[in-house]
Design a protein around this ligand. Structure first.
Ligand code: EPS
Length: 388
């Protein structure tokens, strides 16, 4: 399974095409719209989210509530486009026609300058329109389809916020995944810890007032995966590696950890590895889950726990120094409309990109053209490994 996205931030639409899903999988518009709506929420989102109401238009691959096996094509329209028609239209412009909102001043922390050097665009709008996090709308749409596949295989996944601007949510280990889904959904910052959540909101308000932005840490948990998903035989089949790559590719993400992550560097092996147990009911399981559900590039059957670090959004009201590419004069980076903190939304994006990698690995391991046959194969495998 693979997907491609197309579309500019203030262009007409975000488009996603997903190929490789089996036929006969139940799916509705609501499965996708729920995800799109969740991505738009979160304390700290800017004015743009008041303009957009992201709803999917399914334009291929789904009929009467089921996948057809053909490519799935999804469109989300940008409502803001109506304000940008002359700036973002596809028709050629006359020599003497003045183009509005040309960008010649690269913003530190964005793709602006590097993208301009690479593609030779002197108007950096040609870069920022695509590098904008608006593109995550299309990635969430693709991930929502993957999540629907997981749901139909009794696999649950959720993304939530662990930390914003150094304020950490208390670790609550006894929460079930259903509770994590419910509590994070009720929190304006997707925190599982209400007290820390309030402090995170204060920090966001403070940053906004200050013209600054703040980052944080998101976590994704998955339950219901059988052991042995992924592979140890080649670097590019290791599922933890693929997930890490997908998470790192989200706009503004700077690092990834599984389980205790970087903490493993400071502990002895006896405090890191997870002892193996067996019971009739559960089959093989682990006393602890310090490695976050992965060993040797494969799932262990324990919950997958992965963290991603998001840097503060670089579009600041507080100016940082840069250089105008036309005059080569220094200037203080321009004020732009932005979100002061997008970590809660990023947790939803992360949940969806991880869902896609997991669904993709499942389809590689259990290749079936028809969803009911895939379900049967996975259920049989689950039973086989329980008694192994
Ligand atoms: C973004 C800047 C803002 C954000 C945008 C990402 O958009 P605008 O420039 O239109 O105000 O709101 O995020 C989204 C539009 C979105 O859907 O998440 C940026 O510079 O990356």
């Amino acid at each position: 399974m693979r997907y491609l996205t197309a579309g500019e931030s203030h262009g007409k639409q975000q488009t996603t095409i997903i190929e490789g899903l089996p036929a006969k999988m139940p799916i509705t518009q609501d499965d996708i719209n729920d995800s799109l709506l969740r991505r738009q929420k979160g304390h700290g989102r800017g004015k743009r989210m008041q303009i957009e109401k992201d709803l999917v238009d399914i334009v291929g691959g789904i009929r009467h509530g089921y996948t057809l096996g053909s490519p799935i094509a999804l469109v989300v329209h940008n409502d803001d486009f109506k304000h940008w028609i002359d700036v973002m239209g596809e028709d050629p412009v006359a020599e003497d026609q003045k183009i509005r909102r040309v960008v010649t001043r690269p913003r530190p922390g964005h793709a602006d300058l590097n993208g301009a050097l690479k593609y030779g665009h002197r108007d950096m709008r040609n870069i920022l329109e695509r590098s904008s996090a608006r593109e995550t709308t299309a990635r969430v749409a693709a991930g929502a389809v993957a999540k629907t596949l997981l749901k139909n295989l009794d696999i649950k996944i959720v993304g939530y916020v662990k930390e914003i601007a150094g304020i950490k949510a208390e670790e609550i280990t006894e929460l079930s995944i259903d509770e994590k889904i419910r509590i994070s959904e009720e929190s304006p910052v997707r925190s599982l810890d209400e007290v820390a959540g309030k402090k995170m909101m204060d920090a966001i308000d403070h940053a906004k007032k200050d013209g600054d932005s703040i980052g944080g840490v998101c976590e994704v948990a998955i339950e219901g995966l059988p052991a042995g998903l992924g592979s140890y035989v080649h670097y590019d089949r290791k599922l933890d590696g693929r997930i890490a790559g997908a998470v790192q590719s989200i706009n503004a993400f700077k690092g990834v950890e599984f389980g205790i992550g970087f903490e493993a560097a400071r502990k002895n092996g006896s405090q890191v590895h997870d002892e193996i147990l067996w019971s009739e009911e559960k089959g093989y399981y682990r006393r602890t889950n310090r490695l976050g559900g992965f060993e040797g590039g494969m799932t262990t059957g324990m919950p997958v726990i992965v963290k991603g670090v998001m840097k503060p959004i670089p579009t600041l009201y507080k100016p940082l120094q840069s250089v105008d590419i036309e005059s080569k004069e220094p200037f203080n980076a321009s004020i732009e409309r932005s979100d002061s903190c997008a970590v809660p939304a990023a947790a939803v994006v992360m949940e969806h990109v991880v869902a896609f990698e997991v669904a993709k690995a499942i389809l590689e391991q259990f290749p079936h053209d028809q969803f009911p046959k895939l379900k049967e194969a996975i259920d049989q495998y689950r039973e086989e490994i329980r008694c192994f």
